[in-house]
Structure formats: structure tokens, C-alpha cells
Design a protein around this ligand. Sequence first.
Ligand code: GDP
Length: 391
Amino acid sequence: MKLAMIGFGQAGGKVLDRFLEYDSSRGTGIIGHAVAVNSAKADLMGLDYVPNENRVLIGQSVVKGHGAGTEPELGEECATEDIEEIQTAIDRMISSEIDAFLIIAGLGGGTGSGGAPVLAEHLQRLYVEPVYGLGILPSRDEGGIYNRNAARSFQRFAGSVDNLLTFDNDAFKTGGESLDQGYSEINDEIITRFGALFSAGEVEALGDNVAESVVDASEIINTLGDHGITSVGYASELVDPHNESKGLLDRLRGRNEDNGFATPGDATNRITSLVRKATLGKLTLQCEVDSTERALLLVSGPPEALNRKGIDKARKWLEDQTQCMEVRAGDYPLPNEQKVAAIVVLAGVTDVPRVKEMQRMAIEAEERRKELQSQSEGDLEDLLEYGDNEQ
Ligand code: GDP
């Protein structure tokens, strides 16, 4: 599907930059328009792929190009004040080509946390196309303030978009040597999942390689619906395309068991096992799978490794797991690809312990802040008090 992507704040801008790199190197055509918005000038200048004219510096009169720190209230103020500047950059898109908007932001900081929901509300008023969010949650060890910011932003962002696709940094923490390297690896994980999802809806890029069951943009839009939270699962396996025919030979020689799924190279078997791994393994937001409202299953890879039987079987299994009736499924043939990948979209999930935990951390952080404030006010009074009171 073709998206107008807006990266809000530092994390939002960096992830947008990586989406652009992915799109241009693979020719997937998922980005119809890209805009980066920030209140920190240095962050905007550090981007590589976002066109210069689409980098919007907001809130200059408020924060003078230095960013909003960890204060979402400032981010909100900057966005509200300069919403027309953002709109001017968005207006450069060819709107007839766009299927939906995607606003990307880290929710633990200031600019993206406070500004992204303001932009979402603005776009909802102006356009008929769906407005989605890609909200990045801070890891637990970033501490109370970040989790408090994220809890508040999550609530407002989820309420202002058609669906909030959520990615939890905590679940993808790496042992990367520096913070930058760590984020770079996490950003790879984001692009792998969401890039593959949106590419699947961009069927024109398939050329002559017709998928057996195509998932187009409208199926993704129907899965995401018009409210709720979405988590995405992913699993992949390297395949040697030349070995696919060996699997067939094995079967012809009778080495396969009667059920047709026993040969290791069997495409059906591989698809069902990848879909299980994607669903039951690490999700972008850990949640109870049976609280899903609607699901979408996509399998991509070399055409000879894809088959209808595997996808049908996997879809039935996913129906059982999610206990929802609305499970869509499709394949996406990629002739030069070395791996088969399964993407599972769990839309409208409601049982999400991580969000409850983030809210608890937010309440504790707020109580602690108030406690410290009144303590330091008391300490200051004690310090300033002298003479008169002792007489
Ligand atoms: P803002 O510029 O004020 O919106 O704040 P940032 O985007 O710098 O940070 C907000 C949150 O985003 C942080 O607390 C981190 O959890 C997260 N974050 C920052 N940079 C990255 C990044 O490159 N990738 C990912 N996945 N998360 C990031």
C-alpha cells in the first residue's frame, strides 16, 4: 500500500529515514510522500533520505531549535503552533496516490510524544484516508519519566488514529555497544516487519509474479479497522531455491510420508511452522493472542516455496489461536528472495500487560515527582528560614 509517512521527533525521523532507504533499495513503492517534523534542528539535519524541503522545524519561538527534551507539553505546543507549516509539507503529496497516512513517533520523549497526536487529530479532520500511528514505546530501564510520557501519549495517540501499530523497544533490546548501535539494530527490526507488511499491499511492484491470493491495500485497511491497537509477529527462514525442487524429488521417490508434510523441505510444513513462530514468538507488542479482533497473515518468499495449502492450513490455525472469525491471508512472491517470511498482524488487541505496566510506572513516577517537589520546597523553606523565627 502507498503511504504518506510523517516521522515526528528524533525516533520518528530516524525510522522514516530507514523506511525510505528500504523503499528505494527494494523498489517497493510503499512511500508516496515523506515528511520529517522536529523541534530540534540538529536531528532534522542528521537525516539522510528525507528530502530537504520536507524537513519541517517546528516551535522555533518556543524552543529555538533545541528540541522539547522530555516534555511532551512542549512538543504539543510546538506542533499546535506550527501545524500549518507541517500541512504545507504534506500538501506536496499527490493525494490521489495515497492509501493512508502513517505517523511515526517515539512516545517516551517530548516532540513526538506530544506532537504526533496533535498531527493525527489534524489529519483526521482534513482527509478521508485512514490515519495510522506507529508508536514506539520506551524500554523499561529508560525510567519513570519516559514511561509516564509514553503512557499519556499512548492514550491520546490511540484515541486520535484509526489504528496504533505499536512497537515496544523493551522487547527488542539488544546488547549493542552504544545506544546508537542498539537503536540501529532495533530500527532494522521495525523496518523488517512493517516494511514487509506495507509492501505486501503494494501489488503493482509484483509485476508478472502473480500471487495466488493477493493481499491488497484494502485488505490491510480492513484488518486495521478504524480504532484499536495492533501488534505484529514475524518469523523467517532462509531457503535455497534450488533445493525446493529436491523436496519435490524426495516426494516423487516416496520419501515423504502420506500426510505430505513430513519432508523438511516441504513448503506447506515450512509455512505453518513459520506462522506458529511468528504468532507465538516475540511480537512488536507482547499481548494475549486470543484478545485479537481481526488478523492478517502474509507469507512472502520465492514462488516455489509458497503454496495455497500451507497458507490455508496456517490461516485455520491462526483462527483457532486468535478465536476471531476475521482472519485474512495471502502470499507475496519475491522471485529473487532467499528467505520465506511470515508476518502476522494482530489488530484490535485488548489484553496487553505491557501497557498496564507502563501505566503503573507512570502513576508511580508522578507520585514520586510530587513527593520530591514538596520535599524540596520544605527543604528550601528550612534553608531560608533564620533569625526571626528563632526568637
Ligand atoms: P523526541 O525527539 O523528543 O520526540 O524524542 P526521541 O524520539 O529522541 O525519544 C523518544 C523515545 O524514542 C526514547 O525514549 C526512546 O525510547 C525512543 N527512541 C529514540 N531514538 C530511537 C531510535 O532510533 N529507534 C527506536 N526504536 N527508538 C528510539
